[in-house]
Design a protein around this ligand. Structure first.
Ligand SMILES: Nc1ncnc2c1ncn2[C@@H]1O[C@H](COP(=O)(O)OP(=O)(O)OP(=O)(O)O)[C@@H](O)[C@H]1O
Ligand SMILES: Nc1ncnc2c1ncn2[C@@H]1O[C@H](COP(=O)(O)OP(=O)(O)OP(=O)(O)O)[C@@H](O)[C@H]1O
Ligand SMILES: [Mg+2]
Ligand SMILES: [Mg+2]
Lengths: 225, 225
């Protein structure tokens, strides 16, 4: 369903060029569960942003469900981002002046749900991540791990079939982190496709395949258990 | 050097009251190394903000080097925050429009260093966290783990004797995380006082004492190895 071929990403910084990705190729089928690992700065978030159609490569190809992403219209891309893919950002990206509930309802507004249905789905998503008691809080009235969970709830609320999560448990204690991993495991069992960036081996152990990045390149890609 | 007694923190949210801290007491001597652990939302960051003189309790006492913090002048408090304590925020709090180098120099401007000395100290601090090659980047041109390391460098650049770090390795791979823990271990060996909030047991193992919070209360406080 996802196929990137020789993707590079370069940033020009004055006279210097930063090679965030130096040519990565990856094929992911429907209902796979991958963990992406690698040192800080190795290109994981950059690669995830490509996969989530949030950024474009400097060179290389990206085929999403067989179709070349670079030839898609803005509407087609917006549709993928809103309906097909749920993205949990490493830095959460919550709207600071909206409540937790409003933040989680946002993808449902784009998807055209009625106010009643939106509220119901958003409330359920928040309960699934243990935040039923924090729905009226704004992001700066939440703990770090609570904000992370709002970002997760928002990514899952529109029932996407592909979940891209960039360090979803980085701010969570082990037990809450396990609850989130159980959530992802259930979604995988329901036939969805999961890609998780993590730096913790315990978290990576839940996945069925581990892709390791180093310095903008894939250094290994192996199935496990 | 740090003594909080029966500290509470309440937030009024309309008709509800959120009890972030329900009465915590903690005594920390010079040259101690503590880890603070506990579930998401249990009050760790709230307690750290109290200790860092960044927030005031709803009730209870805070004595810093024997002196009652609530009776200090604004200048005395600013002095503590700038010279005595280095604080690594869970959400980094970097200035988005300044470069990495400028962000790290900031505490040195308040401390009255000359431009030449500021630059030298800031450059060294950035090399210590492995960011010598990213000094001209702005925060949004850095990876998540790189931003975290800028926040760490900024906290350490003015050689504070007390380091309060809220999840300093949450976005770092194991190896980079170990390098940061080694940095803290060296600072501890030099006689400084270290308090680290973490949710990872491997990170907590570096400390000599573990304080566990649950629901706004201290549930255990024990020395180890
Ligand atoms: N400004 C605020 N208004 C209302 N409630 C708040 C505010 N700030 C924090 N809280 C609440 O206080 C509680 C403790 O927050 P705190 O940030 O200290 O938790 P934490 O232990 O650091 O959690 P985490 O591990 O998720 O970072 C949380 O339940 C949070 O929702
Ligand atoms: N806008 C930008 N301009 C210049 N360089 C950038 C930009 N964004 C990212 N980079 C660089 O690209 C490299 C890869 O960044 P990326 O965010 O993908 O790393 P990462 O593997 O997610 O790291 P982490 O584990 O720390 O989150 C980093 O070295 C970073 O400094
Ligand atoms: Mg990243
Ligand atoms: Mg916190």
């Amino acid at each position: 369903v996802i196929e990137i071929e020789n993707v590079t990403k370069l940033y020009k910084m004055g006279a210097e060029i930063v090679h965030a990705l130096r040519g990565v190729s990856l094929t992911v089928r429907r209902n796979e569960y991958l963990a992406v690992m690698g040192p800080s700065g190795s290109g994981k978030s950059t690669m995830m942003n490509m996969l989530g159609c949030l950024d474009t490569p400097t060179s290389g190809k990206y085929h999403f469900t067989g179709k070349d992403v670079s030839s898609m219209t803005d509407d087609e891309l917006a549709d993928i981002r809103n309906r097909e893919i749920g993205f949990v950002f490493q830095t959460f990206n919550l709207l600071p002046r909206s409540t937790t509930l409003a933040n989680v309802e946002l993808p449902l507004i784009y998807a055209g749900y009625s106010p009643g249905d939106r509220r119901e789905k958003a409330v359920k998503a928040l309960h699934d991540v243990g935040l039923g008691e924090r729905m009226g809080h704004k992001p700066n009235e939440l703990s770090g791990g609570q904000r992370q969970r709002v970002a997760i709830a928002r990514a899952l609320v529109n029932n996407p079939s592909i979940i891209l999560a960039d360090e979803p448990t980085g701010n969570l204690d082990s037990r809450t982190g396990e609850e989130i991993m159980q959530l992802l495991e259930d979604l995988y069992a329901q036939g969805n496709t999961i890609i998780v960036v993590t730096h913790e081996e315990d978290i990576a152990r839940h996945a069925r395949r581990i892709v390791r990045l180093r310095d903008g390149l894939i250094e290994s890609d192996a199935r496990q258990q």
